[in-house]
Design a protein around this ligand. Structure first.
Ligand code: SF4
Length: 382
């Protein structure tokens, strides 16, 4: 593919004039041309992005239409709502059913199917389930409702964990005995290692997450190149950022970890945020949808803060875990199945009536492909 045209999706309408008279669309077209040349030189490659924001950006900008045939880009386990295991959702549901509990979490999670219901179902049945924008909001709620046990369900990667750690410190400093945390936080390096150990996909390189890497830096991914011989580039979120990162990957002759998102990410990351996480959390084994239990890939409260751990303060029974019937989210999250190849995609499973979390979450790969299917030229295939 040489000198590709910008597709009719959002890129063209986002094309703002840049100094020198070029537009973002010009730059995107130029990068796509360079990517086509680099890919032709390099040969076939499979890259995986592991960031929900990248998933949405790639679909929103219609970038797949710009990729040369030699490049295949798949989505991996980058959506925090999607990778949350059904068994962990069952614990959240069981907590919500406790009469003294006010369960608080982020928006998308309330619609994700657990084994027998969703948190939204529990709310409709009378449970006190509330949606907040931050963990700090949950702490405020605990202060306002001293007669309630306010349980915050914390999900997310290294991007979110420092803010939740700060909320736990605030709860401690304010002496709030009725605040607790169900920590379902996960860390990204363990997931990359699990994907590579599984050898299910022949991954040539990773498009590494931008927001997560602001906190972690890029050094934590060096094992990917050094131990597995797989490259990685930290990418930003504009169309140009994604294409530039892919271009850097395609030009790698020796696998390496590089930073494309240089305006925000440094090799060592944000040391203040890392210290905050290390003070409040400690690593633990975590259960990931599609990847199973990954040693050391979760964050639980450190011993000094264990009194805020919901699972210890309010132990619950959950019963047998039942996955959504027919849902292939686990395979999608490993990059081994394209969302549009799930038999339920856009038929039984839509954002209005989602079967699995990848269609529920605003960062889910199934939701992204459904929402922007006209940009991606999928309408005729469905
Ligand atoms: Fe799961 Fe629906 Fe995606 Fe299929 S289309 S993998 S059922 S979320």
């Amino acid at each position: 593919m040489s000198d590709p045209e910008v597709p009719s999706g959002a890129i063209a309408s986002d094309a703002a004039a840049l100094p020198g008279g070029t537009t973002a669309g010009d730059r995107v077209a130029a990068l796509a041309g360079e990517l086509a040349s680099a890919a032709a030189e390099r040969g076939p490659a499979t890259y995986m992005e592991v960031c929900g924001t990248h998933t949405m950006a790639i679909s929103r900008f219609g970038l797949r239409e710009l990729f040369p045939e030699a490049i295949r880009l798949v989505s991996g386990p980058g959506c925090p709502v999607c990778v949350t295991a059904t068994g962990d959702l069952d614990v959240a549901v069981a907590l919500a059913r406790q009469p003294q509990v006010t369960l608080v979490t982020f928006g998308d999670l309330v619609r994700v199917p657990a084994s027998r219901s969703t948190l939204a179902d529990e709310r409709a049945a009378g449970a006190d389930v509330r949606v907040v924008y931050s963990a700090a909001d949950a702490v405020e709620l605990a202060a306002r409702l001293p007669e309630r046990e306010v349980v915050f369900v914390g999900i997310g990667f290294e991007t979110t964990a420092p803010t939740v750690a700060a909320a736990v410190l605030t709860a401690r400093d304010r002496g709030l005995p009725n605040f607790s945390l169900l920590s379902l936080h996960k860390t990204m390096p363990g997931a990359l290692r699990a994907l590579l150990d599984a050898e299910e996909m022949a991954i040539t390189g990773f498009l590494l997450p931008g927001h997560v890497s602001v906190i972690t830096g890029s050094d934590c991914y060096r094992f990917v190149a050094e131990e597995y011989g797989v490259g990685g580039v930290v990418a930003g979120f504009e169309a140009e950022d994604v294409l530039e990162a892919l271009l850097m990957l395609a030009r790698q002759r020796t696998p390496a970890i590089e930073i494309g998102y240089r305006r925000a990410v440094h090799p060592e990351g944000n040391l203040v945020a890392q210290r905050l996480m290390a003070e409040v959390f400690e690593p633990c084994d975590a259960s990931w949808r599609g990847l199973g239990t990954i040693p050391g890939s979760g964050l639980r409260l450190a011993p000094a803060f264990r009194s805020y751990a919901a699972e210890e303060r309010l132990p619950v029974e959950t019963g047998e875990t039942v996955e959504p019937a027919g849902c292939a989210c686990g395979t999608v999250l490993r990059g081994a199945l394209d969302p549009v190849d799930c038999p339920l995609f856009a038929s039984r499973c839509t954002p209005a009536s989602p079967v699995g979390p990848c269609m529920v979450s605003s960062e889910g790969s199934c939701a992204a492909r459904y929402r922007y299917r006209d940009v991606e030229g999928l309408e005729a295939e469905l």
